[in-house]
Ligand binder design. Structure first.
Ligand SMILES: Nc1ncnc2c1ncn2[C@@H]1O[C@H](COP(=O)(O)OP(=O)(O)OP(=O)(O)O)[C@@H](O)[C@H]1O
Length: 251
């Protein structure tokens, strides 16, 4: 569904070149829920921005649904961004002047899809995420949890290849964090969604099928959830503790 091969990305400052991602290769399969973790500055957001087609990269190949995105024109990239990717941001970015229903419909309004089809799809997703009763309300009139579920419903509107989530549980209390994760699990289990999430939160990541750990712009480790969520969380915490330098790798 998403395939990154030998991705290299550097930032330039005057004559100085700072490599940020070096030879990153990864694959996310259909219906997988994958997190990217790693210390601050390890390149997580840069990786997500390359996959989102928001920033150019130096070399490598990114494939979405089998299609190489660097081959696309600017117009083609915009279409991919709107129709083949779903985005979830830290503050959910709902438009205040639109109702919940209009916010959910937005990707299809931009894609100029027929209204009847759009409304049917929005109603189905709002029902799936338990927000049918607030469809006519505005973001200012709904709770944080309802905003999160609205954003997840919106991200699924065009049946995207992948939902890209950037720190979706950052700044949330544990109850709201669990609500976001539950919405992702529901999207995965009931709508077959593929989710790729950047996070610092080991609790959120422990619900994933797999966690890719970045260090200094390289893939340091990939951890697959094998047993209980709690055991996976302990494994993640331990891996990140070692990366953070708290204990020796060979200990
Ligand atoms: N636009 C930019 N221009 C120059 N350098 C940048 C730019 N954006 C990020 N960087 C640098 O690239 C490196 C990776 O940044 P990135 O934001 O991808 O890391 P991150 O792992 O997401 O960090 P954090 O966990 O703190 O959000 C950092 O050293 C950062 O300073």
């Amino acid at each position: 569904m998403l395939q990154v091969e030998n991705l290299n990305k550097s930032y330039k400052n005057g004559f100085n070149i700072y490599p940020v991602l070096t030879d990153v290769s990864l694959k996310v399969n259909q219906g997988e829920f994958v997190a990217v973790m790693g210390p601050s500055g390890s390149g997580k957001t840069t990786l997500l921005n390359c996959i989102s087609c928001f920033i150019p990269y130096d070399s490598g190949t990114i494939r979405l649904g089998g299609r190489v995105i660097s081959d696309l024109s600017e117009k083609g990239l915009s279409k991919v961004r709107n129709e083949k990717l779903g985005f979830i941001f830290q503050d959910f970015m709902l438009l205040d002047g639109l109702t919940v229903k209009e916010n959910v419909c937005l990707p299809q309004i931009i894609a100029k899809k027929p209204i009847v089809e759009m409304e049917e799809k929005a109603s189905m997703l709002c029902s799936l995420f338990g927000i049918s009763q607030i469809m006519e309300k505005y973001p200012a009139e709904i709770s944080g949890g309802e905003k999160q579920r609205t954003a997840v419903a919106r991200s699924l509107m065009n049946d995207p290849y992948v939902i890209l989530a950037d720190e979706p549980t950052g700044n949330l209390d544990s109850k709201s964090c669990k609500a976001v994760i539950d919405a992702f699990l529901q999207a995965k289990n009931q709508a077959g969604a593929t989710i790729f999430m950047v996070t610092h939160d080991s609790y959120a990541a422990s619900f994933c099928d797999r966690v890719i750990v970045l260090k200094d712009g390289c893939i340091h480790q990939e951890l697959t959830r094998a047993s209980t969520r709690r055991a996976f969380m302990d494994e993640l915490l331990n891996t990140l503790r070692i990366l953070g330098g708290d204990i020796d790798d060979n200990e």
